[in-house]
Unconditional design. Structure first.
Length: 87
């Protein structure tokens, strides 16, 4: 679950999540507004997301990612965060 305070009052329907094997990017109205580098490698064929309106005006983004190498642990999830651009 992800809540980004900078997205306050943005409609949940305007948000999307783009997955790659090592990064996750959040878009608002088609423009990347937040991104992170993962600590592991995910299986992009088994990633999904859902956005809902938060009670305090900050949208809630729920993501499901499957680790590509199931025998390895994540060891954490986010290695580095960037905002307003891709890392």
């Amino acid at each position: 679950t992800l809540r980004i305070p900078g997205l306050i009052r943005q409609p949940a329907e305007a948000l999307a999540v783009m997955f790659s094997t090592t990064t996750v990017s959040v878009t608002a109205f088609g423009r990347i507004v937040w991104s992170c580098i993962q600590m592991g490698v995910s299986d992009i064929d088994d990633c999904s997301f859902m956005t809902i309106e938060g009670e305090d005006g900050i949208p809630i983004i729920q993501m499901n990612l499957r680790k590509r190498d199931l025998d390895e642990r994540w060891g954490g999830f986010i290695l580095q965060i960037g905002e307003d651009s891709i890392l």
